[in-house]
Ligand binder design. Structure first.
Ligand code: 4AD
Ligand code: MG
Length: 430
């Protein structure tokens, strides 16, 4: 083999002049032996290209199978029938890592593909999703860093519930005591605004979700922000700007991936702010016009959200949820104490909630009475209560489910398709 010839990314081959001698390395995506000719489609992280071996050269190529790793040398040739208009006329091939009977063949049921996720991550679908996900994470960081936020980190081991006790994951700690995996970094972010004012974090959150739905993971990536002095309106504005920033970045950087996933770009292009804003009460009215009656005070579930977002061609905020359906830390609307200064952001096309947030109770006595009202013990929240004792300020924040956001932006059917190794009620392998 001509070791001096440096291998190139497959995407670069399409830029090469006809007749150039090139080397690539990658994995065999498809393999066809027609006797006198052997066709290999080789893939790497940048794309796929067809390599054709004829006569003598075909002998080595005949030894490969799907997903074998190979080093190939050949000349670039234009061919109208080849995907991308170019192919490689193979001259030499080295089999680097053999592969036999790659388990993923025609039968590709959802459960099976989850069992072999460690191999399915090589698929074009997963590759496209992961490239979009990469852009989403980068854009989240980009937005906050460009807008004066500090990145902070909160612990994963905690001692008290943020989002209600039902979904806590207990962990036996080193000293034998029981601690829990975090459901949200919110309370730590609240502590940190007293130092840095505008903070954000992107970290896993854990919830022992009993519900088997298309949008629940037991371990998900949570992007949370908290801002001193901010009101509900201020924080909705931040959420809206953030989402549009992320969507624009994906539209700029991932056109190919979106198309390969069959995503209609117009559906994202039209998500330009301002987003719609409706109150919980208005949401109930809309639902009742659609024949679904929800009792005032009940939460909106996935089904109701799906129906609701049918009415909107871009994301919609639902604000001012009743006190009892939102966690204890939500501040009541002074004009209407039975509702909270809270808002969920629902994504269009049936996706529903991707962000939850709002204004926090900042008064000590009010927070203590809320904790009690929710049947919780103030002593479990001692340090959190301290934040209201020393220079309390009005503040607001939110949490965005990154996996749900990727699911929506990439147009995926199921949240487990939005990350490489999903953890759900029934799955912690591979
Ligand atoms: O609405 P949630 O429960 O809000 C909080 O945790 C707040 N403490 C956040 C904050 O204000 N800092 O969760 C926030 C978002 C949801 O809108 C959803 O997108 C996502 O986190 N999420 C999940 N994603 C996947 N699987 C789950 N089980 C999720 N639970 C929440
Ligand atoms: Mg929520």
């Amino acid at each position: 083999m001509d070791e001096k010839l440096k291998s190139r990314k497959i995407s670069e081959i399409f830029e090469c002049e006809e007749g150039s001698r090139v080397a690539i390395r990658g994995w065999v995506y498809r393999f066809r032996d027609l006797g006198d000719k052997v066709f290999l489609v080789v893939r790497d992280s940048s794309g796929v290209i067809q390599v054709v071996f004829e006569g003598e050269g075909a002998t080595e190529a005949r030894l490969v199978d799907v997903e074998a790793s190979v080093f190939v040398i050949g000349r670039v040739r234009s061919d109208k029938r080849a995907p991308g208009g170019k192919e490689i006329a193979g001259e030499a091939m080295e089999l680097l890592g053999p592969s036999h009977n790659f388990p993923i063949t025609r039968d590709i049921s959802r459960e099976f593909l989850l069992d072999v996720r460690h191999l399915w991550v090589r698929s074009r679908r997963m590759q496209s999703m992961m490239k979009i996900r990469h852009t989403v994470f980068g854009a989240l960081h980009g937005y906050f860093r460009e807008n004066g936020y500090y990145e902070v980190h909160a612990p994963m081991f905690i001692t008290a519930a943020v989002e209600g006790g039902a979904t806590l994951f207990p962990v036996k700690y080193v000293d034998g005591s029981t601690v829990y995996l975090t459901q949200s970094s919110q309370f730590y972010l609240e502590a940190l605004i007293f130092s840095l004012e505008k903070v954000y974090t992107i970290a896993p959150s854990f919830r022992a979700e009993k519900s088997r739905t298309r949008r629940h993971l037991t371990e998900f990536w949570h992007c949370e922000a908290e801002v001193a002095w901010a009101t509900l309106d201020d924080i909705m504005q931040v959420e809206e700007d953030l989402i549009w920033y992320v969507v624009q970045k994906v539209l700029e950087e991932n056109q190919d991936e979106l198309k390969s996933l069959g995503r209609r770009l117009e559906r994202l292009e039209q998500c330009k702010p301002p987003f719609y804003r409706i109150s919980y009460d208005e949401a109930l009215e809309l639902l009742s016009m659609k024949g679904v009656s929800i009792k005032w005070g009940d939460d909106l579930g996935a089904d109701e959200e799906r129906l609701l977002v049918e009415e909107f061609d871009k994301p919609v905020f639902v604000h001012r949820y009743p006190e009892k359906v939102k966690a204890f830390y939500h501040k009541s609307d002074p004009k209407r104490p039975e509702v909270t200064l809270s808002a969920d952001l629902l994504a269009p096309e049936g996706y529903g909630e991707i962000i939850g947030g709002g204004e926090r109770v900042d008064n000590l006595d009010e927070l203590i009475s809320k904790i009690k009202k929710f049947g919780l013990r103030p002593e479990d929240y001692a340090w959190y209560l301290d934040l209201r004792k020393y220079g309390s300020v009005p503040h607001s924040g939110f949490g965005l489910g990154v996996d749900r956001t990727v699911m929506w932006i990439a147009g995926l059917d199921h949240i487990t398709d939005a990350l490489p190794f999903p953890r759900t009620l029934r799955r912690v392998y591979p």
